[in-house]
Design a protein around this ligand. Structure first.
Ligand code: AMP
Length: 343
């Protein structure tokens, strides 16, 4: 079979993806905004750069032609989801790694909640109306905005007050742009999985937690200031911190991943192929309450460029998620099964 290139948009986890592809002996192509060239041109594992003025140009005929000429497989990541709507992604005329149809289920809050609930996961409840807020809730913006503008509310009045602030800041048009979810007390954890439709096996590749501003800074000031200073909360991700789970939690982690994959096969054929992430909170009893999923690689995997405590149990070589994706492409290419791993 003709050789394949791995292509990605220049942001999010592009470095990890293209480094992993090069480690597997594949060619690499980066679609990169001109203002970011100064960063990406430093890395020798990037063979080819297609420079654009802005990210939406990935849809242009010229860019699509370059992707097709280089026999590229485009790896979707958070920036693609954040800047493009589901219709645009579905129309990209280049093979996309994994199942592009499931990205719509990630982007749409209702579909997302449905897939999590049907997967027999413990799920943080969605609250339909501000009139139904009777305990601590987290209020989210739509899309993969990285936690920016999220706030907590405990009754209708606190919800309305903060919604007005977001409207003034032009982060939302109105309350209809907000999604209310029960707040789960515990510790957040993001479980990175890879499912291969070639081997029918699920792999736990790593776990992280996010380092979010300003919520993770609140504990650095005394309670008196927290109460008096009228602080605006936000969950803007600035980085990721590694986590190793206690071993007794691993069995359930694999079960949750498998159950999610099985359910997705029925709801969004051909199912959750490739990398995905279950995102939630371990409560005080050690139960994982899921609040989100990502149906593609997450940026927390950038921690494990040289492998993780979990990938090390399976692979003799350092296996990042980016490299695992490239290996799947290589194997599928050899077996003439590219159609099974792309959409
Ligand atoms: P998300 O963008 O939905 O992954 O959420 C961003 C951050 O908000 C997470 O890293 C958590 O710190 C927090 N978070 C989201 N949903 C919940 C929830 N239901 N309960 C508690 N914390 C949450």
């Amino acid at each position: 079979m003709a050789n394949r290139s791995i292509a990605a948009l220049g942001s999010h986890c592009a470095l990890q993806l293209l480094k992993g592809a090069k480690d597997e002996g594949l060619s690499t192509l980066l679609v990169c905004e001109k203002e970011r060239l100064n960063l990406y041109k430093r890395f020798r594992f990037i063979d080819d750069i297609f420079a654009v003025d802005n990210i939406s140009e990935i849809l242009s005929d010229k860019c699509i032609e370059r992707l097709q000429e280089t026999n590229s497989i485009l790896i979707p990541h958070g920036t693609l989801i954040a800047y493009m709507d589901s219709d645009q992604i579905e129309q990209i005329n280049v093979p996309i790694f994994g199942n592009k149809w499931i990205l719509r289920w990630e982007a749409d809050r209702k579909l997302k909640q449905k897939l999590m609930e049907r997967s027999n996961l413990l799920v943080s409840k969605a609250i339909e109306s501000k009139n139904d807020i009777h305990g601590l809730c987290i209020v989210k913006l739509h899309g993969a905005a990285g936690g920016r503008g999220y706030f907590t509310a405990w009754n209708r009045e606190s919800f309305e007050r903060q919604a007005i602030r977001l409207k003034e800041q032009k982060l939302i048009k109105g309350e209809q742009d907000l999604f209310i979810q029960e707040y789960v007390l515990g510790v957040p954890a993001f479980l990175h999985f890879f499912y291969s439709p070639i081997t029918n096996e699920i792999e736990l590749m790593g776990v992280d937690r996010r380092y979010e501003s300003n919520v993770d800074g609140l504990g650095r000031i005394p309670a008196r200031e927290q109460l008096c200073a009228d602080i605006e909360m936000s969950y803007n991700v600035v980085g990721n911190i590694p986590i190793v789970l206690r071993e007794s939690l691993l069995l359930r982690a694999y079960q949750m991943g498998e159950s999610f994959v099985d359910t997705s096969k029925n709801l969004v054929p051909p199912g959750m192929n490739g990398p995905f992430c279950l995102e939630g909170v371990y409560d005080k009893d050690g139960n994982f309450v899921t609040f989100e999923f990502s149906a593609r690689i997450v940026a927390g995997t950038n921690l494990y460029l040289s492998g993780s405590p979990y990938s090390d149990l399976v692979y003799p070589e350092p296996m990042s998620m980016g490299r695992r994706i490239a290996r799947e492409v290589k194997i599928a290419n050899e077996k003439n099964m590219i159609d099974k791993i792309t959409s």
